[in-house]
Design a protein around this ligand. Structure first.
Ligand code: HEC
Ligand code: HEC
Length: 315
């Protein structure tokens, strides 16, 4: 189904929707910001790092070169266009640095593998126009990237096969964490645990793997007990009119429909952030307007539950 047909049809289906005005409080666990005080971590030894089954080695400095990020396993994704592998200095950093060559991304960025081409192009236009706020990096990139590169990146990520990336675990307690450089949540050195409360705590399955931008393994999203079932009820029935069943627009298995994006198996905190930002108007415009009816009566706890359910589906 083509976007141009689908979106107006959906707008008719759910009726005219007002633009977002509602102010929703931002839960700090879903919007991690690098802690001002950082725990002491051992300094990098400068030695090249390796990954099992990869012939490549990269030093920490090379790994963090956002114009030439590592490509540990070239065989597990299609050949990258220039913009994904290297970007366009000085303003367009390589997409593959933050989203990884596999498009699976990190908790603080986004999972972009398998998103529809037209959806990706629209997001870049929305970041550029300011209709979509939420990431300074994406706004700068969108302001400077050429249309040709937008299309090349969109076609690339749309063609990358989605892979399992998030393991959702219901629990009462979570490891103690802090937010390290780059808004990345990590285990607190020295360990310990604490009650989860009404939060999602999303951390790397293996910290070194994630810090090395190695796409071998993703994240575990700890969620409060009962979240997945609560989210499933809201997602599938709409919770007695509280929201709208997601499958109507995102497809029966939440793998997308036309240019409505897939949401299954994405980072749990990313899902919460988008629901909050659509509700508070930071993500606006004709397409997110279709989400207004969905989000306007949701509490943060509802969003948490929906994210737990949606992320626990296979991407
Ligand atoms: C410095 C890190 C960084 C780089 C480099 C980067 N991104 Fe992003 N990207 C992000 C973050 C962070 C988000 C989430 C922002 C938000 O919540 O709106 C994001 C979100 C996105 C989204 C929205 C995903 C969705 O599901 O709606 C798209 C599309 C995207 N990026 C495409 C790109 C492309 C194409 C490039 C390369 C030209 C790129 N990004 C480079 C950090 C980055
Ligand atoms: C009436 C149609 C409709 C329904 C129902 C709907 N969505 Fe959406 N949703 C959309 C559209 C359209 C977009 C893309 C907006 C854009 O292009 O910026 C979207 C985007 C999203 C996004 C952002 C995805 C991304 O990659 O950034 C999330 C998360 C989301 N929806 C979650 C949900 C959940 C959870 C439900 C069910 C409770 C739901 N949606 C129900 C139409 C809908």
């Amino acid at each position: 189904m083509r976007a141009t047909v689908l979106l107006p049809a959906l707008a008719l289906l759910i009726g005219a929707v007002p633009l977002a005005t509602q102010a929703t409080e931002r839960p700090d666990w879903a919007f991690p910001v690098t802690d001002k005080v950082q725990p002491a971590v051992p300094p990098d030894d400068g030695q090249p790092k390796t990954a099992p089954g990869s012939t490549k080695t990269y030093t920490r400095k090379q790994i963090d070169d956002l114009f030439n990020p590592p490509d540990w396993y070239p065989d597990i994704h299609p050949p990258m266009p220039q913009v994904v592998a290297h970007g366009e200095a000085p303003n367009v950093r390589a997409c593959g640095a933050c989203h990884l060559p596999t498009g699976t991304g990190h908790d603080e960025s986004a999972y972009v593998a398998g998103l529809p081409v037209s959806y990706i192009i629209r997001q870049m236009a929305d970041y550029k126009s300011g209709a979509r706020k939420g990431s300074g990096s994406m706004t700068t990139i969108a302001e400077h990237i050429s249309d040709t590169d937008v299309r090349a990146a969109a076609e690339y990520f749309a063609a990358v096969k989605p892979r399992h990336w998030i393991r959702v675990v219901e629990t009462d307690t979570v490891p103690k964490t802090y937010v390290g450089p780059g808004n990345k949540r990590l285990r607190l050195p020295g360990g310990g645990s604490e009650p989860i409360g009404n939060r999602i705590i999303e951390i790397p399955e293996d910290e070194q793997v994630v810090l090395n931008r190695d796409p071998r393994m993703g994240f575990v999203a700890f969620v409060p007990k009962g979240s997945i079932a609560k989210g499933e009820a809201l997602a599938t029935s709409g919770g007695n009119g509280k929201t709208i069943a997601c499958a109507i627009c995102h497809g029966p298995t939440l793998h997308g429909l036309g240019d409505v994006p897939p949401i299954a198996g994405r980072q749990a905190n990313y899902i919460v952030r988008q629901l909050v930002m659509i509700a508070d108007g930071s993500r606006a415009g004709p397409s997110p307007a279709l989400m207004q009816q969905v989000v306007k009566n949701l509490t943060i706890d509802d969003m948490l539950a929906l994210a737990a359910y949606v992320s626990s589906r296979e991407p």
